[in-house]
Design a protein around this ligand. Structure first.
Ligand SMILES: C[S@@+](CC[C@H](N)C(=O)[O-])C[C@H]1O[C@@H](n2cnc3c(N)ncnc32)[C@H](O)[C@@H]1O
Length: 287
């Protein structure tokens, strides 16, 4: 963990080297931006007028693609990105500077598993794809609740279902190859996380942390074929990352998927699309 040991070493069979993943995290961040827009719309409907949001905290912000997007959505807000990695926070600062957001976007080193720095009350705490990495999610959510002002909202973004990228009649889908890739990748991820993090009853954790008005749903977003550069790069990497995790795939599945990734990358295949989703929970700190 970039020299910042904080107790993940007992995890099942591996650690996550976030700094080595910085480029990938930037692609992932850009990939989910359509989701960010739709969640901000939901917050607006729930009474959080974007124009009157003064402080947003993005915990586990990584290189800050989503953090900066939040600053664009909440034009009057200060946005604090919090992460254990100083190196990723320097990417956030660089990005904020390039976008002219550096007066409103700040990076702070902090660990969700420890006492959090004093950040000032937040109208919105955004926690995307990070709480499943901590040992004690209930305690972490309790701490995150403490960052909110009364009436403020917590947004928790967690694993959705498997992405769909080809029609059902495509041989990769019809023969089950795609499903076996996704199943193997999910199984590998499950071994690397604490038990039960995928499909956890996050609603109960949020209620237990003292939050109310909990909503829990899947929010989908899609990229049409032919894919533009960003979702195409995401897809190629998604397949290759899955192959890297999925030791037990039959050899002909592996061969078909290696060929598929190459064909998408070099433009021989332009038929793939991407339909992806994330699980989005929202909750409010009581007044
Ligand atoms: C999968 S990335 C998610 C990045 C971004 N939020 C997103 O959704 O694209 C997880 C991030 O959480 C950070 N992280 C992991 N454990 C953390 C902890 N205990 N406290 C703070 N940040 C942590 C990592 O450094 C990494 O940047």
């Amino acid at each position: 963990m970039g020299g910042h040991g904080h107790g993940h070493h007992h995890h099942h069979g591996g650690d996550f080297d976030w700094e080595a993943m910085a480029d990938k995290l930037e692609v992932d961040g850009a990939f989910v931006l359509p989701l960010v827009g739709s969640v901000v719309g939901d917050l607006t409907e729930a009474g959080h007028d974007p124009a009157s949001v003064a402080h947003v905290v993005d915990v586990g912000c990584g290189p800050g693609v989503v953090t900066c997007a939040l600053a664009e959505h909440f034009q009057a807000a200060t946005v604090t990105g919090l992460d254990t990695s100083a190196e990723l926070l320097s990417r956030l600062r660089l990005r904020a500077g390039e976008s002219g957001l550096d007066t409103r976007v700040h990076g702070v080193v902090g660990d969700l598993e420890q006492d959090l720095p004093q950040l000032g009350p937040a109208d919105i705490v955004w926690a995307s794809m990070v709480v499943h990495h901590v040992d004690d999610p209930a305690a972490t959510l309790h701490r995150l609740c403490g960052l909110l002002r009364p009436g403020g909202a917590l947004v928790l973004i967690e694993f959705g279902g498997n992405p769909r990228v080809l029609p059902d009649h495509d041989p990769l889908v019809a023969r089950g190859t795609w499903q076996r890739l996704e199943d193997a990748a999910t199984a590998s991820l499950e071994r690397r996380l604490e038990p039960g993090m995928i499909g956890r009853d996050w609603s109960s954790d949020l209620t237990g942390a003292g939050l109310t008005d909990v909503t829990d749903r899947f929010v989908a977003f899609r990229y049409e074929a032919p894919l533009e550069d960003l979702p195409r790069r995401w897809l190629v990497r998604h397949v290759r990352r899955g192959l890297g995790m999925a030791e037990a795939l039959p050899a002909d599945d592996t061969a078909a998927l290696v060929a598929f990734a190459a064909a998408v990358e070099n433009g021989d295949r332009t038929d793939p699309f991407v339909v992806a989703d994330r699980r989005v929970l929202m909750a409010r700190r009581p007044d």
